[in-house]
Design a protein around this ligand. Structure first.
Ligand code: URA
Length: 240
């Protein structure tokens, strides 16, 4: 349901009159450094919760909910089977993903594809891949960085809606950012403390494993990740 002020914004937009500006203190905290933001481009969480795939994708592509939009080439929505039973969630797009608009296309993505293959899955075939944030977090040095908790929170309604639409049987959180954001946990909890247990996200089984980029740096932990995938397969089997 849209509010009267949002309907007004849409109407003015259609009329070519606008954008309608909102007060700075009405914008999310992460956008506080922005003087003004167009209301029509920042849907509320409850509006996002009503969107279908097409609306959601369009909304992500034009999102200005946090400062990450300033540096993005393309928002990275997610990829895969929209009715997948398996949902893999990473941290956020890196440089390659920002350029191509698809998650996990760099070296970490190749490893993720191999992990999927090891459990009989394929990108796009009963598997969906998404990230906690849709736009690339870029450090002051121009390198990839982890999203801040505020950036993750601003983006979370989009992921929540994707999860509702997909209705996966099992979620695999790839790395610390995904695990902590989805489970709402404190920033100083390590992945190692969360492995080996089936958690719950909105009632769905959630298994935590290492991020593929970490596994590329620490090959000796690949065996642990295989155990995590076995645990996820078990959770999947129990969900049926
Ligand atoms: N790392 C992630 O967490 N997600 C991507 O899409 C790419 C790298």
């Amino acid at each position: 349901m849209t509010s009267p002020s949002d309907r007004r914004a849409v109407f003015l937009n259609e009329m070519g009159v606008g954008p309608l500006w909102v007060r700075r203190d009405a914008a999310p905290a992460s956008a506080a450094s922005e003087p003004l933001m167009p209301a029509a481009a920042a849907p509320s969480a409850s509006e996002i919760a009503e969107m279908d795939w097409t609306q959601l994708q369009a909304s992500v592509a034009s999102c200005v909910k946090c400062g990450l939009c300033k540096n993005r080439t393309r928002a990275v929505f997610g990829v895969g089977d929209e009715k997948a039973k398996w949902l893999f969630i990473g941290e956020g797009p890196g440089r390659n993903e920002d350029l191509q608009g698809e998650p996990f296309v760099g070296p970490a993505g190749k490893l993720l594809d191999n992990m999927l293959r090891a459990i009989g899955l394929k990108r796009g075939d009963n598997a969906y891949i998404a990230n906690i944030v849709k736009c690339r977090p870029t450090g002051a040095d121009g390198k990839d960085r982890a999203p801040t908790p505020e950036e993750a929170a601003a983006c979370m309604p989009y992921l929540q809606r994707q999860i509702e639409l997909i209705e996966p049987a099992v979620i695999v959180a790839l790395g610390k950012t995904a695990a902590l954001s989805l489970l709402g946990l404190d920033q100083n909890i390590a992945v190692a403390q969360l492995r080996g247990k089936v958690h719950r996200y909105a009632g769905l089984p959630l298994v935590v494993t290492y991020h593929p980029a970490y596994l590329l740096r620490k090959l000796s932990d690949k065996g642990k990740s295989w155990s995590d995938l076995c645990l996820a397969m078990n959770a999947y089997a129990n969900s049926r």
